[in-house]
Design a protein around this ligand. Structure first.
Ligand code: F6P
Length: 372
């Protein structure tokens, strides 16, 4: 039988194992293909860290969290080895040839789509699945893992409600999602957060404080704020704009460029400064304020039923496409139907929350403050 490789790359996400199982069971049972796994992403493949994926290996993993293959954030052309950055492209091509692979399946988020597209351009038969809690991949309605992470974050907001209520406090919950607000918005709506702050809508701290004070005036002496790790205050953006203008006025050439690069770096780090947000809100409202950073809890543990179904749907469809020799695509879902989408339309792109999205409109219409 033809031989197919598979690896997982980037941040892990609940439902990856369900996808591996879907692919593995379908290729072996229906399409007469042989599947071999590579441990630890692209660098693991470069080191030929093989894991057989037959029979028992695929049993009992539908419901488990993490990835049985292991993962890391290495890219084919830039991997970390003993503190050095190395280019593994040639080694990956060599391992692909050595195993006489017909194709390579890559499971992961945005960076993985980019890496897979890179290998496609190097001549490999590559196919991908969108697997990330961030839901930030274009051309697919949903990514595997998003639903589970949203459930976890929503449950956290539920639980924080009772303690915020009892102590008459503001509780700020920081939610993951990189440069996008899908997770925060979804969990914030589901958990009934009073304020939801996402990267797509820079927030005005005064408006947030005013919304909380308005609740106090109505007798609601507590508030829940869901803030995305990438959310940024308008005043912070303004600060950087002024610094940029001054830089352009006072410097030129290399010096100006160096300062601009520094500003960009600090600006990136200023996004999601949740403790600063907490201090400012406490100052403005005089209400005790506490912070909870959900962090990796959002990525751990068993996938939801929804993610198990989505992973199985996409995984088995991927196996079908591979059996037909259909590569160069990401297997996504659009309006409930599985669609192969050319990798060129996905790689290097980020799906941000559109400002007119019905989730944004819905949140506004139930009275949630979005900070603008
Ligand atoms: O992409 C998934 C994600 O959990 C993001 O939400 C978060 O910004 C990032 O990964 C954290 O990365 P790492 O696992 O490398 O700390």
């Amino acid at each position: 039988p033809r031989k197919i490789g598979i690896l997982t790359s980037g941040g892990d996400s609940p439902g990856i194992n369900a996808a591996i199982r879907g692919i593995g069971k379908a290729v072996a049972g229906h399409f007469n293909l042989q599947l071999i796994g590579f441990h630890d992403g692209f660098s693991g493949m470069a080191h030929n860290l093989v894991m057989p994926l037959e029979g028992e290996a695929l049993s009992g993993i539908l419901t488990t969290g993490g990835t049985i293959l292991g993962t890391n954030r290495d890219k084919p052309y830039s991997a970390e080895e003993e503190g050095q950055t190395v280019d593994y492209t040639e080694r990956i091509l060599q391992v692909y040839r050595q195993h006489n692979l017909d194709g390579l399946i890559c499971l992961g988020g945005g960076n993985t789509q980019e890496s897979a597209y890179y290998l496609l351009q190097k001549g490999l038969n590559v196919i991908t699945l969108p697997v990330t809690i961030d839901n930030d991949i274009p051309q697919t309605d949903m990514t595997v893992g998003f639903n589970t992470a949203m459930e976890i974050a929503a449950e956290a907001i539920d639980r924080l409600h009772s303690t915020a209520f009892s102590h008459h406090r503001i509780i700020i919950v920081e939610v993951m999602g990189r440069e996008t607000g899908w997770l925060t918005l979804g969990a914030g709506i589901a958990g009934g957060a009073d304020v939801i702050l996402i990267p797509e809508i820079p927030y005005d701290i005064h408006k947030v404080a005013e919304a909380i004070l308005e609740r106090s005036r109505r007798g609601k002496r507590f508030s829940l704020v869901a803030v995305a790790e990438g959310a940024i205050a308008k005043e912070t953006l303004q600060f950087f704009e002024h610094a940029r203008q001054a830089n352009r006025r006072l410097r030129s050439g290399n010096e100006a460029e160096a300062v601009e690069a520094g500003l960009q770096e600090i600006e990136k780090r200023s996004a999601g400064d949740t403790l600063h947000l907490a201090n400012r809100l406490q100052e403005f409202t005089r209400l005790q304020t506490r912070v909870t950073i959900l962090g990796y809890l959002q990525r751990g543990g068993a996938p939801s039923a929804f993610d198990r179904v989505l992973a199985t749907q996409l995984g088995t469809a991927c196996a079908h496409l591979v059996s037909q020799g259909h590569y160069g695509v990401m297997v996504g879902i659009q309006g409930g139907s599985v669609k192969p989408i050319p990798l060129a339309q996905v790689a290097g792109k980020v799906k941000r929350v559109p400002l007119d999205h019905s989730w944004v409109q819905g949140a506004r219409l139930v009275g949630t403050c979005l900070g603008d």
